[in-house]
Design a protein around this ligand. Structure first.
Ligand SMILES: [Ca+2]
Length: 293
């Protein structure tokens, strides 16, 4: 008779990083934070080592590395061409700006997964603060998946300041950007060049001047699914301010943005309020006669 045994839990006393206490086939080393209950290891795993602080782990990392981050609250860091992969199993993985800079600063081609970015006030560039939660202004590519960006402030781009260099790429999927406050432009996000937003919710953000939720500058943008709701701007572009760019909206829900959902800005800086014509439409603000259809 053949007995089929289920996988038993494994505790490897020689290297507890390889332990699989819950028997799901994934070790702490492979990113199973549940296996780290009791704090056998530090909460951040990089290659074959664990670290007590995210700051130490990031200092040890090189471009191309992936850092696994278990639930907890961490100080702000700067990542350069790395992947920060939070595993919010049993708790949030929080990077806190503590009112002193961005919650995270991103350089190069970096990816953020499963993180909550809060309490940031951005980076001071020539007298104005940008990117309260996420400052990726000097990055070439920003990819964010399953992240929350909330409770940050800055002069511009209070939630997320996207990469600004020519040819830059921003991809946000299942990101929730809420309750961020810009003193000037971009309460939620301010994004440039190639932009893709998938199932992303931009909600209850405020810009005292223009672009309460989303500011798109010189973009080729695709915004698919998700919602832009409850955002407000002092003068124009409560939901979206599209400045000298193109954007396609596919199944995006607009609701309760003030003073309006959508404003197009041409290359002379003239604003035109546009109605949201349906659930799927495209806007072009690259000419002197901006419009949506
Ligand atoms: Ca496991």
């Amino acid at each position: 008779m053949l007995l089929l045994l289920t996988t038993a839990c494994i505790f490897d006393s020689d290297n507890p990083l390889f332990s699989d206490l819950d028997g799901d086939g994934v070790s702490v080393y492979q990113g199973d934070c549940v296996d780290n209950k009791g704090g056998l290891q530090g909460p951040v795993v990089l290659n074959d080592a664990d670290y007590d602080s995210l700051t130490e782990a990031v200092q040890a990392a090189i471009p191309g590395d992936t850092l696994i981050v278990c639930p907890g609250e961490y100080d702000a860091v700067t990542v350069n061409s790395m992947t920060l992969e939070g595993r919010p199993e049993g708790g949030d993985v929080i990077l806190h700006g503590r009112g002193d800079g961005a919650a995270i600063t991103v350089l190069g081609d970096s990816t953020l997964i499963g993180l909550t970015l809060t309490g940031g006030i951005g980076t001071n560039y020539q007298g104005a603060r940008w990117g309260g939660g996420v400052d990726a202004a000097m990055a070439s590519s920003l990819t964010m998946t399953d992240c929350v960006v909330e409770g940050n402030s800055a002069d511009n781009a209070a939630g997320i300041a996207g990469p600004q260099e020519l040819g830059s790429v921003t991809v946000l999927e299942d990101v929730r950007v809420r309750q961020n406050h810009a003193l000037t432009y971009g309460g939620g996000v301010m994004l440039y060049d190639s932009v893709t937003l998938i199932d992303t919710v931009v909600r209850d953000n405020v810009a005292d001047s223009q672009g309460g939720g989303v500011v798109l500058v010189e973009t080729e943008a695709l915004i698919s699914g998700g919602s832009i709701e409850g955002n407000s701007a002092g003068s124009a572009g409560g939901g979206v301010l599209l400045a000298v760019g193109r954007a396609t909206f596919d199944g995006v829900e607009f609701d309760l943005n003030t003073p309006e959902d959508l404003v197009l800005q041409d290359n002379r800086g003239t604003n035109t309020t546009a109605a949201v014509p349906g659930s799927s439409f495209s806007c072009d603000a690259t000419s002197s006669t901006p419009g949506c259809q």
